[in-house]
Design a protein around this ligand. Sequence first.
Ligand code: SF4
Length: 309
Amino acid sequence: MSENSKIEWTDHTFNPWEGCQKVGPGCDHCYAETRNARFAGGTAINWGPGALRRRTSPANWRRPLQWNKAHAEFFAQHGRRQRVFCASLADVFDNAVDPAWRRDLFDLIELTPNLIWLLLTKRIGNVFEMVARARSHDWLAGRDNVWLGATIVSQAEADRDIPKLLKVPARVRFLSMEPLLGPVQLDQFHPTREPVLPPLIEGVDWVIVGGESGHGARPINPAWARSLRDQCAAAGVRFLFKQWGEWMPADADDCDPGIGNRRLMWSDGVAYSEQDGQRAAALMAHVGKKAAGRLLDGRTHDQFPRGGV
Ligand code: SF4
């Protein structure tokens, strides 16, 4: 479905700048850092606390304007606006970025109402202040072409970061739970939260779940994905299962784990051994992202936010 991006939930990716710094376990195998190092002769020159971020070229910044112009043709074919994932090689709300660049990005978002901008961040705690400083605190509430997302990979991040996401008055809020590294309960009160607060899932419009891909990828447990699918269904929240990643359930109908040929690992990261007996973890086979695909219990889950056209 993607025209300029291989990511299942977007049509385009746009990087206003490049460079970042790891901020949590979801960043452990950051593809963007590896890529930055590859293009700079082995060292990720735009990575880390003191490293300069690299603004992309004016020609690159003109691309969203061209996509915006091509709206009528795209809409006639797909019945919706084009989606743009902003900053796959950086983080829009990185505090090492010149605030003037972020203001320029917000100008671009205002100039392209025919695009839906997906601003996904691992720094959701910075958003309220940065938006307020660049525009006004309720700027996102008035923009129907921005979906604001937080990356959440564990229960600890859910408890810490979803309240920050919910504090920002955006029209559409979503979670990207990739790489999912543990079970997450969104629909119940959590002991670390005030009991008077509603469950975390209230106020979230869309949840994306995926396993990790790339070198060193950690396996997802299918039970974690199923639980989130079911929590979303019960709460009326839209759900998209993006991918298994490098590992898929070894007992899936379409998986031939080929014990002895393929690498097997328990979903809690323990290497497979025939002596393991009945472990609580699921047995996963390393088949590669493409072969693992994106069927969960035999079907795709491809929902998008309601009214998000
Ligand atoms: S926030 Fe994203 S781009 Fe930045 S280090 Fe983490 S994974 Fe990489």
